[in-house]
Write a protein that binds this ligand. Structure first.
Ligand SMILES: Cc1ncc(COP(=O)(O)O)c(C=O)c1O
Length: 370
C-alpha cells in the first residue's frame, strides 16, 4: 500500500505523514480491497465488517464508534420511489464519520498527537469526535458563518476552533498554512478519508442483496462521498461482486456550482466561477480541490450533474420535514436534485441519502420557518 502522486505517479510510503506529493500535487492511494462475503455477513452491522477492504492493518489502532450500516429506507418523492440511506444517524450527525474513522485510525497508528483540519462544519465535527476518542489534540479552521450547533459540537469534543473571516476558500488557505507545522487531517487531501466514505457503496450493495442500483444521487461540495462511491463501486466491480457501475448523479447548489457549469460546458476542466451564498453551506465550495477528478468520475459512470435553486432546497427541506425527516439544508439540496432526477428517470432503482441531521442547523432552519 502506497501513496501515488496523481500527476507524476511518484510513490510514497504511507507511514511518513504528508498531505501532498513533493511537487505539491494531490495524492491517491494504491490499495487492493478484498472481500470475504461469508465472514462479512457474520460480523457486527458496522462499516468495519468490511475490514479486508479497509487499509488499517493494526486492529488495535482502530478508532470506532461502531459506525455505519445505516438503514436504507424506501421513501416516495412526488409519487416516485427511491432508497435513502439514513446518513444523518451517525454518531456526529453526518456521513463524514465514515471517513473520520479510517483517517483517524491511520493517524493513531502513526502515533501523531496533534492535527489540524478545515471544514464547513460537519467534517470538523467528525474529526473532532474521533480525535477526542483517540486522545489526539485537534484544531479546526472554520468559515465565520458556520452553524452555531456545529461549533458547539466541536467545542464539546474538546477541539480548538479558529473562525476565519471570508470565504470557505480563505479557511482552506489558513489551514494549508498551518499544515506546514502540524499534521493536516484533511478530508479533501488525505486519500484515507475516501477509504472510509467508500463503505457507503459497499453497504448499499450488501443491503440490496449484493446488487447494484441504477444510479446514486450524491452531494458534490468537495465530493468526499462522490469519490468514496466511485472507489467503492469500482472495488466491488474488480472483486466480481457487481458487474457494472451505477451512474453517479452529483448535485450542486445553483448559487455555487463550478462543477455543474464545467460539466455542461465542456465535460472537461473546471475553472473558478462566481458564486453567491447558499443555504447549503456544506456544498458551498467554489474551488473543490479534486474538481477535475470529480468531473472525470461522474463522466466515467455515465452520470451527470444537477444544480438546484435556493427555493428548491428550501422546498425539499420542508417536504422532508412533513414526512418526518429532520435534515439540514445542505442535505435538502441533494434531495432537491434527487426529485429532479426521479422526474427524469422514474423507472430506475435510485439510491440517495440524508447527509446531515437537522439538529445541526437549528439556527438557520428557525430563520426559514419565521
Ligand atoms: C450535510 C452535508 N452534506 C453534504 C456535504 C458535501 O460534502 P462532500 O461533497 O465533500 O461529500 C457536506 C459537507 O460538508 C455536508 O456537511
Amino acid at each position: 500500500m502506497q501513496f501515488i502522486c496523481s500527476v507524476t505517479g511518484e510513490r510514497y510510503p504511507i507511514n511518513i505523514p504528508r498531505h501532498c506529493s513533493n511537487s505539491g500535487y494531490l495524492l491517491d492511494l494504491e490499495f487492493e480491497a478484498k472481500f470475504d462475503l461469508e465472514k462479512i455477513k457474520q460480523r457486527k452491522p458496522n462499516l468495519w465488517r468490511y475490514k479486508e477492504a479497509l487499509p488499517i492493518a493494526n486492529e488495535n489502532a482502530i478508532i470506532s464508534f461502531q459506525e455505519g450500516f445505516t438503514p436504507l429506507l424506501e421513501i416516495e418523492f412526488d409519487g416516485h420511489k427511491a432508497l435513502i440511506k439514513q446518513e444523518q444517524l451517525f454518531s456526529t450527525g453526518s456521513y463524514k464519520d465514515r471517513g473520520a474513522t479510517v483517517l483517524m485510525s491511520l493517524i493513531k497508528e502513526l502515533g501523531i498527537e496533534n492535527v489540524i483540519q478545515d471544514s464547513s462544519g460537519n467534517a470538523g465535527c467528525s474529526i473532532a469526535a474521533y480525535a477526542a476518542k483517540a486522545g489526539i489534540n485537534c484544531r479546526i479552521y472554520l468559515p465565520a458563518d458556520t452553524s452555531e450547533a456545529k461549533i458547539a459540537q466541536m467545542l464539546m469534543y474538546g477541539a480548538e476552533i479558529e473562525r476565519v473571516p471570508g470565504s470557505r476558500e480563505d479557511t482552506a488557505i489558513a489551514a494549508l498554512k498551518a499544515a506546514d507545522t502540524t499534521f493536516y487531517a484533511s478530508h479533501c487531501y488525505n486519500p484515507f478519508f475516501y477509504q472510509g466514505t467508500k463503505t457507503f457503496a459497499y453497504e448499499v450493495v450488501e443491503q440490496l442483496g449484493w446488487k447494484v442500483p441504477d444510479a446514486v444521487v450524491v452531494p458534490a461540495g468537495n465530493g468526499t462521498l462522490l469519490i468514496g462511491c466511485y472507489i467503492g463501486f469500482n472495488d466491488l466491480l474488480k472483486a466480481g461482486i457487481i458487474n457494472r457501475l451505477p451512474k453517479i448523479i452529483a448535485v450542486q447548489a445553483s448559487n455555487c456550482s463550478p462543477l455543474f457549469q464545467a460539466f455542461q460546458e465542456s465535460h472537461g476542466q473546471y475553472k473558478e466561477v462566481s458564486t453567491q451564498p447558499t443555504l447549503a453551506e456544506g456544498i458551498s465550495i467554489a474551488a473543490p480541490v479534486r474538481g477535475n477528478q470529480l468531473l472525470r468520475m461522474v463522466k466515467e459512470t455515465n452520470g451527470t450533474f444537477y444544480s438546484v435553486s435556493e427555493d428548491e432546497i428550501k422546498n425539499a427541506l420542508f417536504y422532508c420535514g412533513k414526512m418526518g425527516y429532520y435534515i439540514e439544508p445542505t442535505s435538502a439540496a441533494t434531495i432537491a436534485g434527487l426529485r429532479k432526477y426521479l422526474a427524469d428517470q422514474p423507472n430506475e432503482l435510485v439510491v440517495s441519502l440524508f447527509s446531515g441531521h437537522g439538529l445541526k442547523s437549528t439556527d438557520k432552519i428557525l430563520k426559514l420557518i419565521r
